[in-house]
Design a protein around this ligand. Sequence first.
Ligand code: UT7
Length: 331
Amino acid sequence: MTRKTAAITAIGGFVPEFVLTNDALAQMVETSDEWITTRTGIKERRLLKPMSLGTSYMAIAAAKELIQKKNLNPIDIDLVIVCTATPDMPVSSTAAFVATEIGASNAFGYDLQGACSGFLFGMSAAAAHISSGRYHKVLLIGADTMSSIIDYSDRTTCVIFGDGAGAVLFEPNDEGLGLQDEVLRVDGKGRDYLNVKAGGAIQPASIHTINNKAHFLHQEGKSVFKFAVSNMTAAATQLLEQNNLSTYDIDYVVAHQANKRILDSIAKNLDLTSKQMLINIERYGNTTAATLPLLLWDYENKLKKNQKLLFTAFGGGFTWGATYLTWAYNS
Ligand code: UT7
């Protein structure tokens, strides 16, 4: 008997028009194209202008592209999940707004906050909803307006991040293709290393939080780098082992784009070739929950039915993991 799996059946994406180059950043803070390129692999990133359009603007654009490409009637969508660390507002659900704006009037929806692992965790949620048998079309979006929480006078964070959104559709698959297995983890001790301290219950907005720049993203880059490499390597290794796979069996690795040197270290640890690694960090930087779907968006033409994909991500919390998915269509 064939298993009912949840497969990705369509992709959409959106990046803002405004390009912030390394040279432009070097006019804003003490840095250089050479430093950013060699230490991160990033050449440019996109910024949402005006920022007040909100994360939903990019999520809606990505979803609309998917709907148009797939010739999908939005009233058939059952569920909209928006993975984001930068929702339009702290309380009102961004997913609710997105669902309504795209015409998904029969859907429910929610936001999922897993920082840079948001989309990976969202894949787990989307697949579980499908496998329950109650939902048949789940729209999973990863979208972040990182420019809304970046201090553009802090060279240790502003060079890395960018804005963008990607969307995928999950549907049941009769051939057993789609999400096969996952190793997902969290470690709350990590929140000292990567956070936005204010604007939540611990430190509501005040004149002090503003003066202390506590609404901006803070990260201890070197420590986060090490945790990212070791934890993504460990999760991917465990996932491969429990599925009797070696890295040679994997067609493509869809890894969170935080720093090209992190990607190189993971490839080295897992004995992966550069051909297996999907990379677009040089053009978008780190778009947090959007990096994984934006990779799928950029490389959709390369992906073929039955190919084996290894996803991995690491982010604030800490959150991380690895997911094994087989591709379900030829575009
Ligand atoms: O998405 C998940 C979360 N984030 C990540 O995964 C990011 C992980 N971390 C990183 O990508 C890297 O740690 C960074 C790119 C943030 C920093 O690179 P690094 O090689 O770890 O640099 P560092 O923090 O060890 O700093 C080395 C030097 C320092 O100068 P001194 O103290 O040696 O004189 C920094 O002040 O580089 C300096 N520096 C810079 N110089 C020019 C830091 N940022 C910059 C910059 N331009 N933008």
